[in-house]
Design a protein around this ligand. Structure first.
Ligand code: ADP
Length: 515
């Protein structure tokens, strides 16, 4: 919960940072736009000033040309006069750079045709209409244009007066006409109209100047405001980044602390369970020692009496008195066989206890396999006879030697053969085959007994699944025989496996390698 809140807070901070960055970008864009507008305003102002200037210049040039013409009567000036008039009225096409160098060239007299490309026809009022001017400014310029029309009227009147003068020898008459014309373009009325034009144009200039200055300063202050906002936001961004880094570090530290705590807790628990385990192990060791002691005492103390029982019953069976009485003989045989069985069990238990203690003696020597087999068969003869089981041994001529521990090999064979007898029905057959291969001796013990279910075969040699099954005549077992057998074979680096079919019999094969 604590972490969830912290993560949430961190996420909120990061989102806020992103929003601030977006706002900063917006203000940067605003500044960029403002700067564009700024140069646009300056550009528009320049264009408008050019228009105002052109009107003023036209007016001045027309005045000059009218005066030159009335003074000199040179028709060149008259033509130039009408040319300018027609261009400014929009009757003739407006040459490019009309208001820049055109007049200078026109007034040099040498240049008859201006070398400029003539473009569209545009009157002064059309120019004003397309210019970026406000209504007041337009009004002033229109006024100036109207006054210049009035001025043009006077000039044209002067031209007419000059041209109406009869071509006569009487110079006295001609002179007054020219004078009249010159007077017209220098009259007080003429000057007044010129002043009116200039006044309107000056007012237009002033209005334009005031408006654009105001617009520019508004824009400037907006840009300044944006810059201040951006600076503040940049500062906030830096602060937010610092805060985010701090929170992230804290969170990381928190996670590490949490991890440390959980590691500490787990270590504590582990230590506790280790302590418990130690105690359990100690208890188990004590128990194990007691168990080993118990096993060896029982096995050793019982082995002696059973040995005596087997020895005395064997002696009794040789006694002619016992042999004369069938029932007595049978009883002695039962005593002998039961003693032998129990002795076997004790032997297995003793072996098992010694394996557990890890001090089972292991001494190898070259042994004749047929000797060992025959000894085991002798010990088990009563059981096999009792069930009338035929035991065939197939051991090739010439001694087969195995390098093994005598007691262990005897135990292996005894367990496997006694199992074969135990799980065979009366009158069954057991086959013991020994064969020598290039580097091992294989011993196969097969019977025609009850067989082993398939699912049990894999678990036969596993201590975890120890299972005791009674023999076909109720013989008992410890369930340890096969486990001991496998262990002993493995000590000799050999292997054991079993093939079996339920109801048909089993075949145990083990192999002992040569050394
Ligand atoms: P046990 O002392 O009970 O015979 P073993 O370890 O010798 O114990 O054998 C384990 C089990 O394997 C037996 O209980 C029996 O079910 C099965 N078994 C061993 N040998 C044979 C065999 N030759 N035929 C049928 N079942 C066998």
């Amino acid at each position: 919960m604590f972490y969830k809140d912290k993560y949430l807070a961190l996420t909120v901070k990061i989102i806020s940072l992103a929003i601030i960055i977006v706002v900063v970008i917006f203000f940067f864009y605003k500044i960029y736009q403002g700067e564009n507008t700024y140069s646009q305003i300056l550009d528009d102002k320049f264009k408008s000033e050019k228009i105002i200037n052109e009107i003023r210049q036209n007016s001045e040039d027309l005045t000059r040309l009218a005066r030159l013409y009335t003074n000199t009567k040179d028709t060149l000036y008259k033509n130039q006069y009408f040319e300018i008039l027609n261009i400014s009225k929009g009757v003739s096409p407006r040459p490019e750079n009309f208001n820049r160098v055109y007049w200078g060239i026109l007034t040099t007299k040498e240049q008859q045709d201006p070398p400029f490309i003539k473009t569209i026809k545009k009157s002064g009022s059309q120019l004003i209409a397309t210019a970026k001017l406000d209504t007041l400014e337009k009004e002033r310029i229109s006024n100036a244009l109207n006054y210049s029309l009035l001025l043009t009227q006077l000039e044209i009147e002067a031209l007419h007066v000059l041209e109406e003068a009869p071509t006569s020898l009487n110079t006295l008459e001609a002179v007054p006409n020219q004078t009249k014309a010159i007077d017209l373009v220098n009259s007080e009325d003429y000057h007044k109209r010129v002043i009116l034009i200039m006044k309107e144009l000056n007012k237009a200039y002033a209005l334009l100047e005031t408006r654009t200055t105001k617009e520019l300063s508004t824009l400037e202050s907006e840009i300044k405001k944006s810059i201040i906002i951006i600076s503040v936001l940049l500062f906030i961004i830096i602060l937010t980044i610092v805060v985010i880094i701090q929170s992230a570090l804290q969170l990381k530290k928190g996670t590490i602390d949490q991890l440390q705590i959980s590691v500490q807790n787990k270590t504590k628990k582990l230590n506790e369970s280790l302590m418990i385990n130690r105690e359990i192990t100690k208890d188990l060791q004590t128990l194990n020692i007691s168990k080993d002691l118990f096993f060896s005492i029982i096995a050793h103390d019982l082995k002696g009496p059973f040995n005596s029982l087997i020895g005395f019953s064997t002696l009794l069976l040789d006694d002619p008195v016992v042999n004369e009485h069938e029932e007595l003989k049978e009883s002695v045989q039962i005593i002998k066989s039961s003693s032998q069985n129990t002795f076997e069990l004790l032997q297995n238990l003793l072996n098992w206890a010694q394996i557990q203690k890890g001090n089972l003696p292991f001494t190898r020597e070259n042994l004749k396999i047929d000797d060992i087999v025959n000894n085991v068969l002798k010990v088990l003869s009563y059981q096999s006879m009792h069930k009338n089981i035929e035991i065939k041994t197939i051991i090739p001529d010439g001694p087969i030697l195995v390098y093994a521990d005598k007691d262990m090999l005897s135990t292996i064979l005894r367990n496997l053969i006694s199992n074969a007898i135990k799980y065979s029905h009366k009158n069954g057959t057991i086959e013991i085959i020994c064969e020598k291969t290039t580097n091992a001796v294989n011993i196969i013990i097969s019977d025609t007994g009850i067989g082993i279910p398939e699912e049990r075969i894999k678990k036969l040699f596993d201590f975890q699944y120890v299972q005791k099954t009674r023999g076909t005549q109720g013989e008992k077992g410890t369930g340890l025989g096969l486990i001991l057998t496998k262990d002993f074979i493995q000590r000799h680096h050999g292997a054991i496996w079993v093939e079996s079919e339920l109801g048909k019999g089993s075949k145990f094969t083990f192999t002992l390698p040569d050394f």
